[in-house]
Design a protein around this ligand. Structure first.
Ligand SMILES: [Zn+2]
Length: 316
């Protein structure tokens, strides 16, 4: 009996160690926070200069649309539970591509939302859920955590010392980066945590997944992505366990906002890619081998229990 107890204790200790080791690995970040800020600026610059792949919705003439989405971002940001709420840029850019259902965020809080996602969603709480997920990736510094496992110390050191060439290279790498499964799940949970103190239905992100599942034609990424049911269960479970009181969905005003999208002339070169929030905008594009959306594996993580999930990617 003693031996059995000892074995049981050893097994528990071992499991705990493995879990904490895995958590430590997931949270390892060799970049200082200032580097998130710097890299975000650089990535934002690259995206701004790439109108072909990231055609921006001009703010001029679309003030009402920007104001609406920004209003949702601000409600999430100022609820008091976001790390770096005051340190990161939290700058919103709308991308003029009505056929792409995607959103993504860079380190340092640059948020990009495709018009295709705005059109696809049904209600403001769903948008808030997706934005909460993206904000979580930035706030929890998932990109630089992922990069910490992928690049060498010399690169990190050069980037930290402000070597502009290195910063540029790292920024480019970020655009093709995937998130780990653990980070995706964490971002889903954080979306609920962020929305819980607001008037929104804090499980808005699960509404997005339910809608995706209800589509007659399933997006390609669903075949390689973790089961959306698990994500729905995780989000709804978090919502229940936190006892979130908010129930607002604001369907009516969301539908009114969607009418504004019709005024935007299609950008040249927008393709028919369909992606999910937190995914790789480049996914499904020619030459892109990355198949997953809403945050997963980087190449170095494959075979390591994580699944392919993306982040900010741009077409090559
Ligand atoms: Zn994600």
């Amino acid at each position: 009996m003693k031996i059995r107890i000892r074995w049981t204790i050893s097994l528990i200790v071992l499991l705990c160690s493995c879990k904490s080791l895995k958590d430590s690995w997931d949270n390892l970040n060799l970049f200082p926070v200032s580097q998130d800020v710097e890299l975000g600026k650089q990535v934002n610059l690259e995206i701004s200069n790439n109108q072909k792949d990231f055609p921006k919705v001009s703010e001029q003439g679309n003030e009402e649309l920007y104001q609406y989405v920004r209003g949702v971002v601000h409600k999430i940001l100022y609820n008091g539970s976001i790390d770096y709420a005051k340190d990161f840029a939290w700058q919103l850019t709308l991308i003029n591509d009505i056929k792409t259902q995607n959103a993504f965020a860079t380190p340092g809080g640059y948020i990009y939302v495709y018009t295709g996602l705005l059109k696809f969603l049904d209600s403001e709480d769903q948008l808030a859920g997706v934005l909460g997920h993206e904000i979580a990736h930035a706030s929890l510094r998932h990109s630089t955590k992922q990069l910490s496992k992928m690049v060498g110390l010399q690169v990190l050191s050069d980037a930290a010392l402000g070597n502009q060439e290195t910063v540029k290279q790292v920024a480019t790498a970020i655009i093709g980066l995937s998130f780990s499964r653990a980070h995706e799940t964490q971002a889903d949970s954080m979306s609920v945590i962020y929305l819980c103190p607001t008037e929104y239905n804090a499980a808005g992100a699960s509404g997005f997944f339910k809608k995706i599942q209800g589509q007659p034609t399933q997006p390609e990424w669903l075949s390689t992505h973790p089961n959306p049911n698990n994500r729905i269960q995780n989000i709804d479970g978090k919502f229940k366990s936190l006892g979130c009181k908010g129930r607002e969905t604001y369907v009516e005003r969301y539908q009114k906002m969607k009418l504004l999208l019709d005024k935007i002339a299609p950008a040249n070169g927008t393709n028919d890619t369909k992606t999910l929030p937190n995914s790789n905008p480049n996914q499904n594009k020619p030459g892109n081998t990355n198949k997953d959306k809403m945050g997963k594996t980087a190449p170095t993580n494959q075979g390591n229990g994580q699944d392919p999930h993306k982040k900010i990617e741009k077409p090559k």
